[in-house]
Design a protein around this ligand. Structure first.
Ligand code: BYC
Length: 482
């Protein structure tokens, strides 16, 4: 069988020749029951017997890689799919630049590589855990299906990382694979590894913000890992990015539809002032200032996922050829960065200012800058909708120093414009920037399920087009026919 074709015969669909790799096949088959156990315990609450109109990856050809059909989630075919190899691929950056890409783990970098794979792997089940209770308040069957699609694919991304651990990291890889099923999002004793993945996703607006902002960190990190000189990691991430695009689409269009519905309701009621919050809430929609607060929260939590602005870990991973920059292959420089600098925003002498740092140490900052630019694109689309209704309001990304827990700005309290506040002032103003208890209660009061096909909750507009071009009243989840 060619490396491109997907073998669907065994328990684990794959295009990595698992049938001929008895050791890894056994290891993964042994891991499988634990995974299903985790999915039943920590995956979507309820709906495990429902028939969900899901896409399943059946190949890695960009033109026809997925098929859509009704599937019960526990029967989803979680597979191991790597993007096609690139002939004679070379390590594209770092001290080994130009050498043949590694097909096996380079011994000297084993620990560093394992850590990167484990961190990436840990985020995947974490997000499923964070979102597990959302099915029961879905604003439509369309949205419910999108949630479950995202969830099963995050599950597949966990499989992708577990494959790398089992295949390339021996006994310690096995232990790490087990540990990935044991940690739990938000658990005080065994939390997930990165901060944002231990936060709650309490409602659907948070879900859309998470898939817009946090899945986009996924995109940036996967793009950086897709450049890796360790070829199996590169190929794995390249294929994961294909799926990731839909997750960000769910986020971007989700927020757009919330914004759209709010603007429509305001127009129908003749309200032009976006700050007439009580009046707007009486219409059963989410006022724009509260949407802004949710964006502030999720953007700032996600910025923490880029680590410290100045990072020896990042420098070492680049130097070693393991983790590159965003779209390294399109950048025009020496791809080694032994000299040169990069401007890093720092908190120095009580003020925020740019400071040149060695380019190699500033790679987290650079990736974060690329991320912020990427985030702005969707925000502009949200604002276009608001502008079309003539409402004087613009959603803005907060300053990168706002509400930070990792890095330069974790020591200070900056407002959304980057103004440093005294601790008491921050406490006093906090709910001007971040959702208050009352905001949360209001949003929660809207989270009533709408499970009739073709219908949508009061606070969200229908999508412009259906999934797989289905019509507006398509039954994306058959809850009762199951
Ligand atoms: N929380 O040198 P530093 C996704 C730790 S999302 C807790 O600044 P580095 C997805 C750090 O571990 C993408 N701890 O950091 C999205 C280190 O600890 P040790 C996931 C943190 O290593 C939605 C220490 O602080 N993938 O796919 O340069 C749904 C000093 O660290 C945090 C990846 O992240 C934090 N936020 O950068 C589903 C890619 N930040 O080792 C999925 C792999 C830092 O000294 N990971 N620390 O004990 C990496 O590339 C890097 O490890 C990080 C951190 C970017 C995370």
């Amino acid at each position: 069988m060619s490396m491109m074709a997907v073998d669907y015969d065994g328990l684990i669909p794959n295009n990595v020749g698992l049938g001929q790799d008895v050791r890894v096949k056994r290891a993964l088959e042994k891991w499988h029951p634990g995974y299903i156990g985790w999915w039943m315990d920590m995956g979507p609450e309820g709906f495990q017997n429902a028939l969900v109109y899901l896409r399943t990856a059946i190949g890695v050809d960009p033109k026809g890689w997925a098929k859509f059909d009704y599937v019960r989630m526990p029967e989803y075919r979680w597979g191991i799919l790597l993007a096609p190899p690139r002939e004679e691929r070379k390590i594209p950056f770092g001290t080994h630049k130009g050498e043949a890409a590694w097909q096996e783990v380079p011994g000297e970098y084993r620990a560093m590589l394992r850590r990167l794979v484990v961190i990436q792997g840990d985020t995947e089940p974490a997000s499923v855990e964070q979102q597990r209770h959302l099915g029961k308040t879905a604003p439509s069957l369309y949205d419910m299906r999108n949630l479950f699609q995202v969830n099963v694919e995050e599950g597949r991304h966990l499989w992708a990382m577990v494959y790398l651990l089992q295949k390339y990291f021996g006994a310690d890889g096995r232990d790490e694979a087990e540990a990935l099923l044991e940690r739990r999002s938000g658990d005080p004793d065994t939390p997930r590894m990165l901060g944002a993945f231990n936060e709650k996703t309490p409602d659907w607006l948070s879900f859309f913000m998470f898939t817009y902002f946090t899945d986009r960190d996924g995109k940036m990190q996967l793009e950086a890992l897709a450049q890796s000189g360790f070829d199996p990691l590169s190929r794995t991430c390249r294929f994961m990015l294909t799926e990731e695009a839909h997750h960000m689409f769910v986020g971007e269009t989700g927020v757009t539809r919330v914004v759209q519905r709010t603007c429509e309701a305001m127009k129908e009621a003749g309200i032009t002032d976006p700050y007439e919050i009580d009046k707007i809430r009486k219409l059963g929609v989410i006022d724009l200032p509260t949407i802004q607060k949710k964006a502030n929260l999720h953007f700032s939590l996600t910025l923490d996922l880029f680590g410290n602005e100045i990072s020896t870990n990042a420098a070492n991973a680049f130097h070693a050829g393991l983790k590159g920059r965003y779209r390294e292959d399109r950048l025009k420089d020496d791809h080694q960065l032994e000299s040169g600098s990069y401007p890093v925003l720092r908190f120095m002498d009580g003020v925020i200012k740019n400071d040149d740092a060695p380019a190699l140490s500033a790679l987290n900052m650079r990736l974060r800058d690329d991320y912020v630019a990427d985030c702005q694109v969707g925000v502009d689309r949200w604002n276009k909708v608001i502008a079309e209704f003539g409402i004087p309001f613009e959603i803005k990304l907060p300053h990168v120093a706002f509400h930070r827990h990792i890095g330069e700005f974790s020591r200070t309290n900056a407002d959304v414009n980057g103004k440093i506040l005294a601790p008491a002032e921050w406490t006093h103003k906090r709910t001007d920037f971040l959702p208050s208890e009352a905001d949360k209660d209001y949003i929660e009061s809207l989270m009533k399920p709408q499970m009739e096909k073709g219908k949508f909750a009061s606070w969200i507009a229908p999508p412009k087009v259906g999934i797989d071009n289905k019509s507006g009243d398509f039954e994306y989840v058959k809850i009762h026919d199951a």
